[in-house]
Design a protein around this ligand. Structure first.
Ligand SMILES: Nc1ncnc2c1ncn2[C@@H]1O[C@H](COP(=O)(O)OP(=O)(O)OP(=O)(O)O)[C@@H](O)[C@H]1O
Length: 297
């Protein structure tokens, strides 16, 4: 079931094999195969109640599977941002104190994680006064403080507007690059997250399909699950394939013009936003990558 195309090589930090969770007389998820490697962002998508959080908790070891296996690297350090935190947010709590609620962190590490998440100026701010985006950054900072090998983020863009989402996913990618951890991300979002991830696992009680984002976005199983929203995601990709490389090395643009080379700022390219410059893929051997290779269950 695991597709290996375009995935970075690296050790598996966590691996679920045929994992199933049975509670209150029913299977919440079943037959889940997935792995997160160091340096990789794996995203779980799927409708409400499809088992994304259950799968993430199984990967973390919070939930024990009733069938199949959940294996983690020995000594794996994890940072977890759950969907809900049982904290009374009306009480006064500074960002600095929030970071060390579940374990003391040094002043140096506090500086480091606040700097990395772009909120050093909010060190003494009250958690209850933070904006949606600032709040999510504080959650990320706390998860980073544990120097995790694996970061598990359950809906990290809640309460954040579109440009804030883009900035947060960009931050998540930078965290991955800086600390070289693996990231398991859960998202409702389709198009933004599809652009931000290496590998997508589409859940609906079982793994519906998984693979590179482009492959998943164009798979029938994904389209059936997300209907019209899936088409919109695909449009993002098709929209981004806005030029063709001619055999003589020149570039034919979507507007019909031909130039000797292509450059993101040459006026021939349109961007959804500043961070999404994936407007063409070069596959192995120089051929343009095609959106094939998704696997269906
Ligand atoms: N501990 C539990 N005991 C019994 N049922 C549970 C438990 N945890 C979750 N469920 C049920 O399992 C199903 C999957 O829940 P889960 O939270 O994993 O879904 P999800 O895909 O993360 O959903 P959402 O997008 O709404 O957050 C739901 O129907 C939920 O009610």
């Amino acid at each position: 079931m695991l597709t290996t195309t375009t995935r970075p090589a690296g050790e598996d930090l966590v691996r679920l094999t045929g994992a199933g969770v049975y509670r209150d007389g029913r299977w919440l998820v079943r037959g889940v195969d997935l792995a997160v490697r160091r340096g990789e962002i794996v995203t779980l998508i799927g409708p409400n109640g499809s088992g994304k959080s259950t799968t993430a908790k199984t990967a973390l070891g919070i939930v024990t599977p009733n069938e199949g296996k959940a294996e983690r690297c020995p000594g794996l350090a994890v940072g977890y941002v759950p969907q809900k935190l049982s904290i009374d947010w009306t009480l006064p709590l500074t960002v600095e104190r929030f970071l060390s609620l579940t374990g003391r962190i040094s002043s140096r590490d506090t500086d480091r994680v606040l700097e990395a998440t772009g909120i050093p100026h909010l060190r003494r701010a009250e958690m209850r006064n933070l904006s949606g985006g600032e709040f999510q950054r504080a959650l990320l900072a706390r998860a980073m403080a544990r120097k995790p090998d694996l970061l598990v983020l359950d809906e990290p863009v809640q309460g954040v507007d579109f440009s804030g989402e883009v900035a947060l996913y960009d931050l998540i990618r930078r965290i991955r690059d800086d600390i070289g951890c693996g990231i398991l991300l859960i998202s409702h979002d389709l198009h933004v997250v599809m652009a931000a991830t290496d590998h997508v696992v589409c859940l609906n009680g079982h793994v519906c399909c998984q693979g590179a984002p482009t492959a998943v976005a164009s798979s029938e199983a994904y389209k059936q699950l997300f209907g019209a929203r899936a088409d919109a995601t695909l449009a993002v990709y098709e929209h981004n394939h806005d030029h063709t490389h001619l055999e003589d090395g020149r570039v034919l643009h979507a507007d019909g013009s031909i130039t000797t080379h292509c450059h993101p700022d040459d006026g021939h390219h349109h961007h959804d936003h500043d961070h999404h410059h994936h407007d063409h893929d070069h596959g192995a051997g120089g051929a343009a990558a095609s959106p094939a290779g998704g696997r269906h269950a």
